[in-house]
Design a binder for this molecule. Structure first.
Ligand SMILES: Cc1cc2nc3c(=O)[nH]c(=O)nc-3n(C[C@H](O)[C@H](O)[C@H](O)COP(=O)(O)OP(=O)(O)OC[C@H]3O[C@@H](n4cnc5c(N)ncnc54)[C@H](O)[C@@H]3O)c2cc1C
Length: 286
């Protein structure tokens, strides 16, 4: 099928983007890498009178280090996030998770901002945002505001972005010290969306005991789920297996075409144990 007719706008700065969104309201949608939006338009699952292309807005791309954070512009492509030396060294959880997004063709076009704003419950990067307490930079005609990742993902394909707002960047806190990171997921085929996935980060003291822990699951609910009980258990000296048991107490996945909820819970337990174990070992060797 072909998409319904639309008018294409190609502004070259953020001010023009938000002015167009303010002018056209619900009839406008922004286009980033097009890897999710283009198929939805082609299949007529979505229809908009105006598309506002972000691809010429240079100020929305780029990776920079500032004040204990790495700031990544929304239009930065997945492959840049995956391969950037800055991200690989300062936010390794994000580069490793991004390497698992689709196939390389998708990562060449798809963007960090597109994935975060699209908020697919099985997406890797929203889970990393939640695990690392990332901060979302949001722009509109009214100016710029910041929102915690923990309050950004509201449901399947739904975020806290309001009318006329775009995601302009995401800021990821840098974990320094003796840290380890791991991404574990189960998908039917390489490149498919995960059925269940886990991201984990830990920091350990000189004796190898965890002093900081983050565990988030994806594919187990409408939004990424932060497993606070598992994190607390780890800080209290629990083993990865005990943390995994605590983690699955916090999820209640439902059945769908791909898997039953009970299957997802069982897989989640295995993946949390593996991810935490790997992160602890990496931290211990750091
Ligand atoms: C075969 C296939 C496999 C895939 N596998 C995975 C996978 O394993 N894991 C995964 O996470 N993703 C996967 N994806 C999705 C891919 O990561 C997309 O890149 C991503 O979902 C959307 O990014 P995009 O830049 O292409 O955004 P687009 O498709 O252009 O936009 C997606 C949505 O986000 C909105 N949007 C985009 N940018 C902004 C912004 N800056 N501010 C506000 N709204 C914005 C758009 O209006 C649209 O509603 C897959 C896609 C395909 C086709």
């Amino acid at each position: 099928m072909k998409p319904a007719a639309f008018e294409m706008h190609a502004p070259d700065d953020v001010a023009a983007v938000v002015a167009l969104l303010a002018e056209y309201g619900d009839e406008a949608k922004v286009l980033a890498g097009g890897q999710s939006l283009a198929p939805m338009l082609a299949l007529r699952l979505a229809r908009f009178e105006h598309l506002v292309d972000l691809n010429r807005v240079g100020e929305l791309s780029g990776i920079s280090r500032m004040d204990g954070h790495v700031r990544i512009g929304a239009m930065t492509r997945h492959f840049e996030v995956e391969q950037s030396d800055e991200v690989v060294s300062a936010v390794p959880l994000l580069s490793r998770a991004t390497a698992k997004v689709g196939h390389f063709q998708i990562r060449n076009r798809g963007t960090l901002g597109g994935s975060v704003a699209h908020a697919d419950p099985a997406g890797e990067q929203p889970a990393v945002c939640v695990a690392l307490d990332a901060v979302m930079e949001v722009c509109s005609a009214e100016g710029t505001r910041h929102q915690a990742a923990s309050d950004f993902f509201r449901g399947t394909w739904t975020t806290a972005l309001g009318p006329g707002e775009i995601l302009s960047a995401v800021r990821f806190p840098v974990w320094s010290g003796r840290c380890g990171f791991a991404v574990e997921e189960m998908a039917r085929r390489s490149g498919d969306f995960a059925i269940v996935g886990v991201v984990s980060a830990v920091e350990v003291d000189p004796g190898g005991a965890p002093t900081r822990a983050a565990v988030a699951l994806f594919g187990v609910g409408a939004t990424p789920v932060r497993a606070g009980a598992a994190e607390a258990a780890l800080l209290a000296g629990a083993s990865p297996a005990e943390a995994a048991r605590a983690a699955i107490e916090t999820i209640d996945p439902s059945d769908d075409l791909h898997a039953s909820g009970s299957y997802r819970r069982k897989v989640a337990a295995v993946l949390v144990e593996r991810a935490v174990d790997k992160a602890l070992k990496e931290a211990g060797n750091a």
